[in-house]
Ligand binder design. Structure first.
Ligand code: ANZ
Length: 863
């Protein structure tokens, strides 16, 4: 018995690839290169989920395809292994994060190997390995040298529950991204990276990248460049030396600035508030401190604020306008103060309406305009010397005027903030910094790596110091340069640090002279194809670009951008879940059930549902059911474990299915039933070639010249698969291979050369079965480096021509004529008339007209 047995052949080939180092990256630079990269996983305790193999299979197909097309391919994998979960587990159980991490990595590695990915395992990197983080620390030193890393007392996002500071990006709606715990603002000494210095270059670089537009747009919005002006408003009355500086994108509207607003945290608030307003202002400040930025700035929120009792002078109009405090103005954006122009700004309008402040329109709305603030284009009105100008002209004019009068200047503002780079955690890279006499001092490169000390307890100390503060012997050190007593920095770096440059380490993982060997970097970089989740659109992908640009400025890398092409795989949802509705014991359609009392909801198994047109109905009825797929989650119980699928169907079916589900970038529901479908396809491939009794090639598989028809079917498949792989359209490539197999089953014989070519097409998708059958076809070398089949378009043209035969416009038959007779009118008509079913109609009347369209159709008109 020798039926298709994935279990046996898959482990055989996995061992073969490993012991022969089949996928070792070539050392030479003699061919064109292709660097295809996966976002390396965080080795969590729960192992791979089905989302991982989706992107990994796609990149593996490309890696294998490019090797067969004569490229040197770099296709590596590694572990993003610092991070919170291992540390939280340590706090709970006392297990060292190193042990947990190692165990999880081993499991992940095994799982990835069981899927037959063609990674070069000699290039594995692990961010928690001191040989790796030595260079993370080294890069930090470069940042420090360039003045891009500094210490600052900053109001940070402090999460009491997690006992750590979080980056803005890690806080969502005032809660921690991990765990959803409340986050408050608290001033603390922190390390900060000056990513803002690279804001413009990070923006410009995007233009050249082949990335999803939506991802580029998210980065642009995150950087948030606004061009406008900074304008000085003098505070009126006693404290005449004080000025309020505002940032505005609409300096053209200045004549409509009828009041001003300071953020509650603004320095000036205390200094200018009048005595009788002081109590109210203080109270308001306290309330504002409780709210998140999001709550404060939401457009729909009821506006709140208090008058400071002070006034300022509008430099353009000379009018005295009141200064308010309101939380819709943020301390962290622009200058933390605004000139409020209710006529053209919706928030200001609402505020003015609520507190009865004057509203002046300074841009004329179109006649048909209904609404409050008008934010569109139009001519300036009520604006003295700006009257009649369009918005852009008015901006230019007022900026010139302000500059001339020393009251303001053109200004650019970014939403991007410097990157808060320290965490009060154990399981992260230590900073290569000591503090001598209270001042930070970088260690020399020769003292790297600064390794993590052993501690017993992984929780922060009682007074909120990081866990490393517990390692007293480690903390107390001496300055290697002067011998003076010193203390080590006890914060660690955030998890983003290691993932900012791992793709460089793969180019030369053992290089000892720096993070990357320049010659290797020059050859391999940039990454030609990077595949990973869209959730990394901003953070990882922005931070890595920032570090890359710094390394470029340091001469460490030759490329300006790390990732030339980026693709996000779509999320895989759980199995479709069906709900049917019954009323009074009878099925009713889901769309009629909503809001109807007395309906009963019934969960339906797959077999009780069938597809009708675009929707699903209760089997045997016309009653629509609700069909929904949900995100996989433990609590919903719809998580699919890739191990189970591999065990039941094999890795080739798993890979093939994940690619067959639909377009790579689309969100798709899982369906184990459909895995069965691709499994059956592989069985058919097997049986086409193998005699299940003997395990040898079938008698039909012979050394012979293929027929024209066989070549046509093969080359159609080559054309489709090649084009589709180039377009990452893997699902349609698989359909093309299925069509090939269906056709091949119709043949009496199966020329070896045709099957060999087909195996090559199949091999990137289902490499184990392809290797096995390739070997059975008599090849000794692995298929991994066989030449990709070349398309010969001549074969695509069939050696016969089909003509549909119509009688009075209705198709009554078809004929196949040899190619060399295809345009021979007389021959074709004679053949057409001899078709039995056509002759029948001709006999019934008189043939009055013969229409012959060469290579298309024959139509006979009978009366
Ligand atoms: C006057 C004005 C008139 C404004 C107008 C807009 C429309 P972007 O484009 O996001 O940069 N602003 C400035 N600093 C602020 C802060 N700290 N908190 C809240 N709002 C602030 O937005 C810039 C605009 O947002 C600025 O231009 C300012 O309002 C407001 F018809 O000034 B504008």
């Amino acid at each position: 018995m020798s039926s298709y047995n994935p279990d046996k052949i898959e482990s055989k080939w996995q061992q073969y690839w490993q012991s022969n180092k089949t996928f070792k990256t070539p050392e030479s630079h003699d061919k064109p290169k292709y660097y295809v990269l996966d976002m390396f996983p965080y080795p969590s305790g729960s192992g791979l989920h089905v989302g991982h193999p989706e992107g990994y299979t796609a990149t593996d197909i490309l890696a294998r395809y490019k090797r067969m097309n004569g490229f040197n391919v770099l296709h590596p994998i590694g572990w993003d292994a610092f991070g919170l979960p291992a540390e939280q587990y340590a706090v709970k159980t006392g297990t060292h994060p190193r042990d947990t991490t190692e165990k999880n990595i081993n499991r992940f590695r095994e799982q990835l190997q069981s899927l037959g990915f063609s990674y070069d395992w000699d290039r594995e990197v692990n961010t928690t390995d001191p040989d790796y983080y030595k260079w993370t620390q080294w890069i930090f030193l470069k940042l420090y040298e360039k003045g891009l890393a500094y210490e600052d007392d900053v109001p940070v996002n402090w999460c009491p529950e997690l006992g750590t500071v979080l980056a803005n990006e890690e806080v969502i709606d005032g809660k921690s991204e991990v765990g959803g715990y409340p986050v408050i603002k608290k001033p603390m000494r922190q390390w900060v990276l000056k990513i803002t210095e690279y804001a413009d270059r990070l923006l410009e670089g995007l233009d050249e990248l082949d990335w999803p537009q939506s991802t580029k747009e998210m980065q642009r919005n995150w950087i948030g460049k606004s061009i406008g002006a900074e304008i000085d408003f003098a505070v009126a009355a006693a404290n005449a030396s004080e000025h309020i500086k505002v940032f505005t994108t609409r300096p053209d509207t200045i004549f409509g600035a009828t009041y001003m607003v300071l953020a509650p945290e603004h320095d000036l608030v205390n200094r200018i508030t009048s005595d009788d307003q002081r109590e109210a202002v203080e109270e308001y400040k306290q309330q504002a401190a409780q709210k998140s930025d999001l709550e404060r700035t939401e457009l729909s929120k009821e506006k709140t604020g208090v008058f400071t009792g002070a006034y300022a002078v509008n430099p353009a109009s000379g009018e005295k306008i009141p200064v308010w405090v309101a939380d819709y103005v943020l301390a962290t954006y622009g200058t933390g103060a605004i000139m409020a122009v209710p006529g053209q700004d919706e928030r200001d309008w609402e505020f003015a309406e609520k507190f009865d402040l004057p509203i002046i329109r300074t841009v004329e709305p179109p006649e048909d305009f209904v609404g409050k603030a008008y934010t569109g284009e139009g001519k300036a009105i009520n604006s003295d010397f700006l009257n009649g100008l369009g918005v852009d002209e008015a901006k230019t004019e007022i900026i010139a005027w302000l500059e001339e009068h020393g009251a303001g200047k053109k200004a650019v503002n970014y939403k991007l903030r410097d990157w808060l780079f320290s965490r009060q955690r154990y399981w992260g890279e230590p900073f290569p910094i000591i503090h001598v006499d209270g001042e930070p001092k970088p260690l020399d490169e020769e003292h790297l790596p600064v390794t993590l000390p052993e501690v017993e307890d992984f929780e922060p100390t009682e007074d909120g110091d990081p866990p490393l503060a517990r390692a007293e012997k480690w903390v107390k050190t001496t300055d290697p340069e002067t011998g003076k007593p010193a203390v080590r920095e006890t914060n660690t770096m955030p998890q983003w640090a290691g993932s900012c440059w791992y793709y460089l380490r793969y180019c030369s993982p053992d290089f000892e002279g720096g993070p990357v060997d320049f010659d290797e970097e020059k050859y391999w970089m940039p990454v030609d194809m990077y595949v990973g989740g869209a959730e990394h659109s901003v953070l990882h992908l922005l931070y890595a670009r920032f570090w890359h640009k710094v390394l470029y400025d340091c001469g460490v890398v030759s490329t300006k951008e790390p990732f030339q092409r980026l693709v996000h795989q779509g999320m895989i949802l759980g199995e479709m879940e069906f709900t049917g509705y019954k009323k009074d014991g009878e099925w009713i359609s889901a769309d009629l059930a909503e809001g109807v009392s007395g309906t009963e909801r019934i969960k339906l198994q797959d077999e009780r549902v069938e597809k009708k047109g675009d929707h699903f109905v209760v089997a045997g009825t016309d009653c629509m059911v609700d069909a929904k797929a949900h995100k996989m989650s433990k609590s919903r119980g719809n998580v699919v474990n890739p191990d189970d699928i591999v065990e039941q169907y094999g890795a080739d079916s798993m890979r093939l299915y994940e690619m067959f589900m639909g377009p790579l970038e689309q969100v798709k529901p899982w369906s184990t039933k459909d895995v069965d479908g691709v499994f059956r396809f592989l069985n058919r491939v097997w049986r086409l070639m193998i005699d299940e009794d003997t395990g040898e090639l079938n008698d039909t598989v012979i050394e012979t010249d293929p027929s024209g028809e066989q070549l046509k079917v093969l080359h159609e498949c080559i054309q489709k698969v090649t084009g589709d792989v180039d377009d990452l359209s893997f699902n349609t490539a698989i359909s093309a291979m299925m069509i090939f197999i269906n056709e091949a089953y119709k043949w009496d014989n199966h020329p070896k050369s045709v099957l060999q070519s087909f195996m090559k097409l199949l091999s990137p998708f289902a490499p184990h079965i392809a290797e096995e059958l390739w070997q059975k076809l008599g090849n000794e070398e692995s298929i991994a480096y066989a030449d990709w089949p070349e398309l010969n378009e001549e074969y695509l043209v069939s050696d016969t021509q089909m003509y549909p035969i119509q009688v009075n416009g209705k198709v009554r038959g078809e004929i196949y004529v040899p190619r060399d007779k295809a345009k021979d009118k007389e021959y074709v008509l004679a053949e057409a008339k001899s078709v039995e079913n056509v002759a029948k109609y001709l006999d019934k009347g008189k043939l009055v007209k013969e229409i012959f369209v060469p290579e298309r159709i024959v139509n006979l008109v009978v009366q």
